[in-house]
Design a protein around this ligand. Structure first.
Ligand code: ZN
Length: 235
């Protein structure tokens, strides 16, 4: 945590810049003019979970996880590029990434995940950031949580993201970054990887919040600023 403390002024400036710019984005995502990316920086691969016929978790009110994942990822990509960090997405529209030969639901799911792994593997020097929404049988649970792969650098990145998400968006969120169990994408990539569960669709307050432009912009600003700071201060 010492390093985090030392970096706070830089981070704060980056966050303010990202937040200010995110507030300028109209509700539809608008392309920023991109800053010149620093040579040698990793490329952030933003992975909006699910998509198309696989809506992921669906709230009791019918809100599908996949659309929220996509919206948060698109906003984060724009801000990362603005901050000079290369960023790409596994999907940019509301589609499943399965191959045409997959026919059953389970074949499509497996094919979709394999294609995401294949996409990440052809990106030079990638850092995977998968975006999801959480769901539980009881509505009282809330709060974003970040999970990390076993690969080098993943835990530190997840802890930084968890700390900033909690501090900036929800000081009552005491969740800790956690090692992922059985997350296919994190287990099948050799690069640093984290999965951000942005909040619980089973919690009515958080379900409403996650759908607002204002909260999505703040979330994207925190993700982009933290990623920019972590990935540029490693060298
Ligand atoms: Zn999900």
């Amino acid at each position: 945590m010492g390093a985090v403390g030392k970096m706070l002024p830089v981070y704060t400036l980056t966050l303010l810049l990202a937040l200010f710019c995110s507030m300028l984005i109209p509700d539809a995502v608008t392309a920023f003019s991109e800053a010149q990316a620093e040579p040698g920086l990793p490329t952030v691969v933003l992975d909006p979970g699910h998509g198309g016929e696989d809506g992921g978790a669906v709230s009791p009110g019918g809100v599908r996880e996949s659309g929220l994942n996509l919206s948060v990822a698109l906003r984060t990509r724009e801000l990362l590029r603005f901050l000079g960090v290369p960023a790409v997405m596994t999907r940019e529209t509301e589609i499943s990434l399965h191959s045409p030969e997959a026919s059953t639901i389970s074949e499509k799911k497996v094919s979709d995940l394999k294609n995401r792994v294949a996409f990440v593997s052809q990106i030079p020097n990638p850092v995977l950031v998968s975006i999801h929404q959480n769901m539980f049988s009881q509505s009282k649970y809330h709060g974003a949580q970040v999970f990390y792969a076993k690969t080098a650098g993943s835990q530190a990145l997840a802890e930084a993201l968890q700390a900033r998400i909690s501090a900036c968006l929800d000081p009552t969120n005491y969740r800790q970054a956690k090692s992922s169990e059985k997350v296919y994408l994190l287990e099948h990539n050799s690069c640093p990887g984290v999965l951000v569960e942005c909040g619980f669709l089973s919690n009515p307050r958080e379900e409403a919040l996650l759908q607002t432009d204002d909260y999505q912009k703040k979330l994207a600003a925190v993700l982009a600023a933290t990623l920019a700071e972590q990935l540029t201060s490693d060298e």
